[in-house]
Design a protein around this ligand. Structure first.
Ligand code: LIP
Length: 288
C-alpha cells in the first residue's frame, strides 16, 4: 500500500505558509464579490491563496490533479478521478473572513482512487491544525483526537450551518430542522460559519454531531476523514453511505446519534458537485 505521509507533510507546510497570507489580510479592508447568492462571497485573498496552494503542490507533484473551490467557481471542470487529487478550500468561512469573525480555515484533502488518504484543516486565527491520515488517527496540534462516543441524542451538542442559500425552500427546511432537533430536545445547536471547523468539533468531542445540506465537497472533504479517524461516523443525511459529492452530510459521535439525526432532519434538492458538466470549461488547473 502506498504511503502518502510525504504528501501530508507537504500539505501541512503549504497550509501553514498560506495561513500567513490569510492572517495578514484578515484585518484589512476587503474587496468582496458575490457568487451563487448574496451570502456566497469571494475575495481576492480566496483566489490568491488557492492559486498559491495549487502552484506549490503542482511544482512538487506535477502529475496530481486538483479540485479547488475558486477554480470551479470560475468555470474549471470539477472532474474527480482515480488520480491523486487535492481538494482545496482556500478560505473556508469567507463570510467570517470578510467580517473578521475569527473562524476561518484552509481545508485540504487528498484522495487516490476516490478514497481520502488524508485531510488537513488549519483554523488560522485560532492557530489550530487538525489533520488525519487514513488508518493513522486524527490530531489537533499534534495531540490525538477522540470523538465523544455519545449515543443519546438528548445529551448532544449539534453543529450545523444555514449556508449561502436564501431561497424559501432551503431556508424553511433548514430552520425547521433546527426546530425539530431543539424539540427532541438536544443540549444545544451551534454554528461557527465554516463547515470544516464545525465538523472538526465532532472529532475533538466538543460537539457530538454536525450536519449540513448545501455545502460543497471542498468544505468537508478534509474534516470527514478527521472525524472518521477520531472514531466518529460520517454518512449521508438519508442514512446511506457518505457521498462527498452529494452536498449532504452527517458527522457524529456514534452511529446511533447519526441515525437519529437522519430520522429528524429533511434535505432540500441540491445539484451534486459532480453534475452540471455544461458549467465548466476544459483546461485550467488540470490542463485538460
Ligand atoms: C462556507 C461553509 C459554511 C457555509 C457557507 C459556505 P466557504 O464555505 O464552510 O459552512 O455555511 O455557506 O459554504 O464558501 O466560506 O468556503
Amino acid at each position: 500500500m502506498a504511503d502518502w505521509t510525504d504528501c501530508l507533510n507537504f500539505g501541512i507546510s503549504v497550509a501553514k505558509q498560506a495561513s500567513e497570507i490569510v492572517l495578514s489580510a484578515f484585518q484589512q479592508q476587503k474587496e468582496v464579490k458575490l457568487k451563487s447568492s448574496p451570502a456566497d462571497l469571494v475575495t481576492e485573498t480566496d483566489q490568491r491563496v488557492e492559486k498559491i496552494l495549487i502552484s506549490a503542490i503542482r511544482t512538487k507533484y506535477p502529475l496530481h490533479r486538483f479540485i479547488g473551490e475558486e477554480s470551479v467557481a470560475t468555470g474549471e471542470c470539477l472532474e474527480w478521478t482515480d488520480s491523486p487529487t487535492w481538494i482545496i478550500d482556500p478560505i473556508d468561512g469567507t463570510v467570517n473572513f470578510v467580517h473578521r469573525f475569527p473562524f476561518v480555515a484552509i481545508s485540504i484533502a487528498f484522495t487516490v482512487n476516490k478514497q481520502t488518504e488524508f485531510g488537513i484543516v488549519y483554523s488560522c486565527v485560532e492557530d489550530k491544525l487538525f489533520y488525519a491520515q487514513r488508518g493513522r488517527g486524527a490530531f489537533l496540534n499534534g495531540e490525538r483526537l477522540h470523538a465523544s462516543r455519545q449515543e443519546d441524542i438528548s445529551r448532544c451538542v449539534v453543529v450545523t450551518e444555514i449556508g449561502a442559500e436564501r431561497d424559501d425552500l432551503a431556508l424553511s427546511t433548514m430552520t425547521s430542522n433546527i426546530f425539530r432537533l431543539l424539540k427532541l430536545p438536544v443540549h444545544g445547536v451551534r454554528a461557527l460559519g465554516t463547515a470544516a471547523v464545525d465538523m472538526c468539533q465532532v472529532a475533538t468531542g466538543g460537539a457530538d454531531a454536525y450536519y449540513h445540506i448545501g455545502m460543497h465537497c471542498w468544505d468537508i472533504a478534509a474534516s470527514a476523514i478527521i472525524v472518521q479517524e477520531a472514531g466518529g461516523v460520517v454518512m449521508d443525511t438519508d442514512g446511506s453511505e457518505f457521498d462527498m459529492m452529494s452536498r449532504r452530510v452527517i458527522a457524529a459521535s456514534s452511529a446511533e446519534v447519526a441515525r437519529r439525526i437522519a430520522q429528524v432532519i429533511q434535505a432540500f434538492p441540491c445539484r451534486r458537485d459532480d453534475e452540471d458538466p455544461h458549467r465548466c470549461v476544459c483546461g485550467g488547473v488540470n490542463g485538460v
